[in-house]
Write a protein that binds this ligand. Structure first.
Ligand SMILES: NC(=O)C1=CN([C@@H]2O[C@H](COP(=O)(O)OP(=O)(O)OC[C@H]3O[C@@H](n4cnc5c(N)ncnc54)[C@H](OP(=O)(O)O)[C@@H]3O)[C@@H](O)[C@H]2O)[C@@H](O)CC1
Ligand SMILES: Nc1ncnc2c1ncn2[C@@H]1O[C@H](COP(=O)(O)OP(=O)(O)O)[C@@H](O)[C@H]1O
Ligand SMILES: [Mg+2]
Length: 283
């Protein structure tokens, strides 16, 4: 299989200066469904990353125990309870991009929220499926893929649950063979120290060139989901837009790693606006 590289050039082509005659509605509405009683931080980091990566509006559907923490940290994010389906339904309908899974957990309430959300999506929307949502879908005999465009973001063990491929067998050719069984056009971000990006039906794949071991802290992947969602919400649905998000997430961490032993997800979130400004305005 032919390999392409995801580089700074990939990101610079996507992150361009904003037009003057714009408003929050110009940059999409991201809905994140995640963060149960135990993993509230994952939902908060995903939603916070979406705000800092430029989404016009962001709502977190989470357990109410997380509302105060969310609003203390990121008051830009709106909140709702994912167990309240009457409130959730119109938010799913109005979202440009839905992220589902960061910190969602795998209990009955999480499963209900997942099934409800996926079944209400339409073809013009994008869904980023991560973490617990991948684990839950992997337990289904035939996963019920939504009508929306799909981005899957598994780490190697989540990918093993989905594909039944052991980590050692997750070669580009084997990953592509699995991805080709997914709905046409589906993107799969296979996360590792050198993350790779695949599309169902494609003849080649792309490998990220940024990233470092300072990123090995819980929450790094949760943060990536918010960046991907914000990029698709602002710049549209294209493989290169997702590639640019993958690059940006790790490149921000690389910049931090020049002077920091660890590059915490919340540090990466804080640095996103400055890094995107560099991409858009400075050669
Ligand atoms: N602050 C929060 O709220 C946080 C919330 N989070 C949320 O928690 C939920 C569960 O997600 P999860 O990834 O922690 O657990 P799960 O899917 O069972 O996988 C663990 C298994 O996979 C393995 N493994 C993983 N990566 C690997 C790799 N690269 N290479 C090799 N092995 C690897 C790992 O191996 P081990 O560490 O045991 O060696 C273990 O066996 C999810 O919703 C997530 O969003 C987290 O994001 C943390 C911060
Ligand atoms: N050693 C490393 N080098 C480069 N990137 C890494 C490294 N360790 C982790 N990452 C990145 O951090 C993220 C981890 O995602 P994930 O395992 O889903 O974390 P979490 O679920 O805790 O948020 C991925 O984007 C991965 O590429
Ligand atoms: Mg994860």
């Amino acid at each position: 299989m032919e390999k392409r590289l995801i580089t700074e050039t990939t990101a610079r082509r996507i992150v361009r200066p904003r037009a003057r005659n714009t408003y929050k509605g110009s940059f999409g509405h991201v809905l994140v469904v995640g963060g149960n009683d135990q993993f509230g931080g994952a939902g908060i980091m995903s939603a916070g990353a979406a705000v800092h990566a430029g989404a016009g509006l962001v709502t977190l559907a989470t357990k109410p125990v997380n509302f105060t923490a969310l609003h203390t940290r990121y008051p830009e994010v709106m909140a709702t309870d994912y167990t309240d389906q009457d409130s959730l339904a119109p938010l799913i309908q109005s979202a440009t991009v839905v992220v589902i899974g960061p910190g969602l957990g795998t209990d009955a309430e999480s499963q209900t929220a997942l099934t409800f959300t996926l079944s209400h999506l339409t073809a013009a929307q994008t869904v980023v499926i991560d973490g617990s949502a991948i684990t839950l879908l992997s337990a289904e005999k035939t996963p019920a893929w939504p009508a929306a465009r799909i981005v899957l973001t598994p780490h190697v063990v989540e990918f093993q649950r989905l594909s039944r491929l052991a980590p050692a067998d997750q070669t580009p050719t084997a990953i592509q063979r699995y991805v080709d069984t997914l709905p046409t056009g589906t993107l799969l971000v296979h996360k590792s120290d050198r993350t790779t990006l695949y599309q169902a039906g494609a003849a080649d794949y792309a490998q990220n060139t940024s990233g470092n071991p300072g990123m090995a802290t819980g929450g790094s992947g949760d943060t990536l989901t918010g960046i991907i969602a914000a990029f698709v919400a602002q710049f549209g649905w294209r493989p290169d837009v997702v590639a640019a998000a993958v690059y940006t997430h790790s490149a921000v961490a690389d910049a931090l790693a020049r002077t920091r032993y660890v590059t915490l997800p919340t540090m990466v979130i804080d640095q996103l606006p400055a890094f995107m400004d560099q991409l858009a305005h400075h050669d």
